[in-house]
Design a protein around this ligand. Sequence first.
Ligand SMILES: CC(C)(COP(=O)(O)OP(=O)(O)OC[C@H]1O[C@@H](n2cnc3c(N)ncnc32)[C@H](O)[C@@H]1OP(=O)(O)O)[C@@H](O)C(=O)NCCC(=O)NCCS
Length: 232
Amino acid sequence: MHSPKFKRHDDLSESLGKDYFLAAQVDFSTLASDLAALPGPCIVDLRLLGEDIDNSRTLLQLGFAKICVLAIFSAELPEAAPAEPAAPGPENSPETAVFRDAAWIERHAHNLRLGCFALNPNIPGESWLAVHRNMVEKSLASPRVLKFFQDDGFVSFRVHEDKAVIDFFSAVNRRQGTGSALMARLFAFARTQRVRSIEVVTECENIPACLFYQKNNFRLAQTAVIFHYHKN
Ligand SMILES: CC(C)(COP(=O)(O)OP(=O)(O)OC[C@H]1O[C@@H](n2cnc3c(N)ncnc32)[C@H](O)[C@@H]1OP(=O)(O)O)[C@@H](O)C(=O)NCCC(=O)NCCS
């Protein structure tokens, strides 16, 4: 039995073809022995706040690889007195559970190639593509995740009370205004829902995405670092 400090992520394990554990409530004094007790082959994913330098050093000494720095962006929406009523029409109404064919999923799985799994050189191309396919498919299929589609692009997001959190944002034909059009629809919808802020997480390595969010009034709120430990 593996330690309960490591929670197996079933979907990711299936896509990667090996156990994928998320480390939670890490006790750094026992981490080395906890890792030794884990059955391999597996990958352990552990995340720290960007400024947590001491624990970052400990992880590197234990054999973790630093995969990427996540930028957590947030955009504040001005407080509207009453929620603006939504104008009727598909333009303003996000879709819920949708189906897209395999070719559509494949284009977006490739387009998200600056994701943390693709940035890990020990995860082969076919495996990170399988992860992306699985995650995009799940995001589309979930009725709780709302979506706007435009040309060959989409944004998916969840609304929790006064906050919207972006799940995926992808425009296959880049730099042609698709992302901006989707963002405008997301903001217009958010204003009808009394949403006060929109949050998105992207990899700092993804400069186009960082510039895109900044152009759309998002500000860097926090950073986090993803570490992976491979046990074979
Ligand atoms: C990020 C993404 C959704 C942006 O969509 P897009 O349709 O390309 O964006 P737009 O054409 O509306 O560009 C709007 C602005 O974003 C910025 N921007 C977008 N791509 C950029 C790039 N490659 N380099 C510099 N700035 C860029 C620019 O400020 C641009 O305005 P400008 O063209 O007038 O200079 C798209 O690049 C994409 O799908 N990337 C791959 C998937 C991804 O990384 N998603 C985000 C993960 S969280």
